[in-house]
Write a protein that binds this ligand. Structure first.
Ligand code: ZN
Length: 176
């Protein structure tokens, strides 16, 4: 039975720690953690969640883009666990997009991210994966990777006039 885990919020020191790499990728406990993370992400209408958000300071996150009340225009993909993820190349083309975070409830901010990135990680089966991610999924990856380094999206907002409430954001999202 998967557990819905409690999500730490901004101000909790664990969100500011640098997470450690996972040494034993075939650990059975890891599979359980991944299942709990996926269940917690889905229950919270998230499109991604990182292990430090649920008090495990290890280099693991879930990318799970799908349309939801929080992100009505998100593309659909199978929820994917990414272990010891890294960015190995960046397009250098920066695009602005609205981000929110389950650890920063009720707010959105306009954040610049690389439009395309080449990434590596180990998947849930322990296989090494190298792939190119673009647009919204690339944005999720960059946001979640920041969590592993103790960075939250408000740190990345160049202009704080671009920090708004979720209610105001949804007006923008549904107008387009
Ligand atoms: Zn987040």
């Amino acid at each position: 039975m998967n557990k819905i885990l409690q999500i730490s919020e901004i101000g909790n020191p664990i969100l500011r720690q640098k997470s450690v790499a996972i040494g034993n990728i075939s650990d059975r406990q890891l599979d359980e953690t991944i299942a709990d993370l996926m269940a917690t992400c889905e229950a919270a209408n998230g499109v991604g969640i990182a292990a430090p958000q649920v008090a495990a300071s290890v280099r693991l996150f879930i990318v799970a883009s799908r349309p939801s009340p929080r992100y009505p225009h998100a593309p659909t993909m199978a929820p994917t666990a990414m272990i010891n993820p890294e960015i190995v190349a960046r397009s250098g083309e920066l695009v602005a997009g609205w981000e929110g975070c389950l650890s920063v409830p009720g707010t959105r901010g306009l954040v610049l991210r690389d439009r395309a990135i080449e990434v590596t990680y180990f998947n849930r089966s322990g296989e090494f994966v190298r792939q190119e991610l673009t647009d919204f999924v690339a944005r999720i990856f960059q946001h979640e990777l920041d969590h592993l380094d103790g960075i939250l999206f408000p740190d990345r907002i160049p202009n704080l006039t671009d920090l708004i409430t979720e209610a105001e954001y949804l007006k923008i999202a549904f107008d387009n």
